[in-house]
Design a protein around this ligand. Sequence first.
Ligand SMILES: Cc1cc2nc3c(=O)[nH]c(=O)nc-3n(C[C@H](O)[C@H](O)[C@H](O)COP(=O)(O)OP(=O)(O)OC[C@H]3O[C@@H](n4cnc5c(N)ncnc54)[C@H](O)[C@@H]3O)c2cc1C
Length: 397
Amino acid sequence: MIVGAGVAGATAAATLREEGFDGEILLVGDEPHLPYERPPLSKAWLGGTDPSIEVHPAEFYAAQSIELLTCTRATVLDIATRRVTIGGSAVAYDALLIATGGQARRLPGLSGDRVHHLRTRADSDALRERLVPGERLVVLGAGFIGCEVAATAHGLGVDVIVLEMADTPMERALGADFGALFAGIHRAAGVDLRCGVRVESVQETTTGLVVHTDRGAVECSSLLVAAGLVRDTDVWAAAGVPCDQGVLVDAGCRTAVPGVFAAGDIAAHDHPRYGRTRVEHHDTAVRQGSVAARAMLGRDVAYDRPNWFWSDQYEHTLQSCGEPADADELVLRGSVAEASFVQFGLRGGQVVSVLGVGRPAEVMAGRKLLLAGHPVAAEQLRDETVDLRRVMRPARA
Ligand SMILES: Cc1cc2nc3c(=O)[nH]c(=O)nc-3n(C[C@H](O)[C@H](O)[C@H](O)COP(=O)(O)OP(=O)(O)OC[C@H]3O[C@@H](n4cnc5c(N)ncnc54)[C@H](O)[C@@H]3O)c2cc1C
């Protein structure tokens, strides 16, 4: 049984079949849709230019004999009898995968029709209705989702103000220098980005909202609260599955409870390289879903890939692989000021992280070097005349 019909759950179900499992697969999700991709919800889906976000078409589940239950929530787990209560009935499992993702963080006192959050397709659709030219949107929080929505909303002709407590956007993930680059990009585009601002309260009026901050009040027609993710572990913790801001799993996505596994955003994973991590990225959810499925079949597997994510804002794509904090030397290729660069992290002569903006081919080449553990000199990475795709190939005689 798989609880949570997002990308991790859908990938796990597909992997079970790919690996030759011919028993029953029950994929249970509480949303009304087929499993879908969330990244477009702040980008092309929100902007109205991506008509299809489903992970697999409807026929796939029937063809693979995967029973998909939508609009159904798992509410109780009993590990002694190996049963999960779904839709009021206790259903038996041989192996259980928890792939329930997370929810957008709610802030006290911020609710009402004009206050939005963004995690689900329904959230994105509701926000889209507010993105009308001339209306004003305040985005509370300049993390990835807040920044992506700001860019999309601005592209739709909406007047956008972003309020962020830190000194630069996406500072926790990118650091102050790259955060400052994106601050410049948003301001140059015409978004009113205000950093170092603390929101104190929000008041509803007959025509909109007034957001009170420590630096004065801002009027708007709607507000997006983009304040991060919360993992709801109550059902699993109550059953005795060890949890700590996520369901605790080993490298192979196994919990300490026999027959119970977890993958994707809900998992607090023990990564062989990085230690305990709680990652909120699409690629990790897909790959952990696949690893968990193989672990459910008793295979000796581990999710040991470097984390990979991207973010699209205006015409700029940021891509990142690995952890810059893992490096003992950082090497820059290109120009941060021109938003066209790759920063490589090196450790012991090997690439351990790659972070780039506007350089997809070089990021991909760097990612290959990282995955291969191929030795490379900092000078080669820095030198723009060196074709990074050729670094791994032997020189021709
Ligand atoms: C707006 C947005 C933009 C993003 N953009 C990017 C991006 O550009 N790049 C990137 O790398 N990542 C991005 N992400 C993150 C990425 O989408 C997530 O990491 C990924 O969706 C996690 O997949 P998951 O399957 O673990 O969880 P989810 O996708 O959250 O799926 C879990 C499902 O389980 C359901 N569920 C929860 N509890 C229960 C229950 N008790 N019973 C039944 N069902 C339940 C949930 O409703 C949900 O449908 C973005 C996320 C959002 C929200």
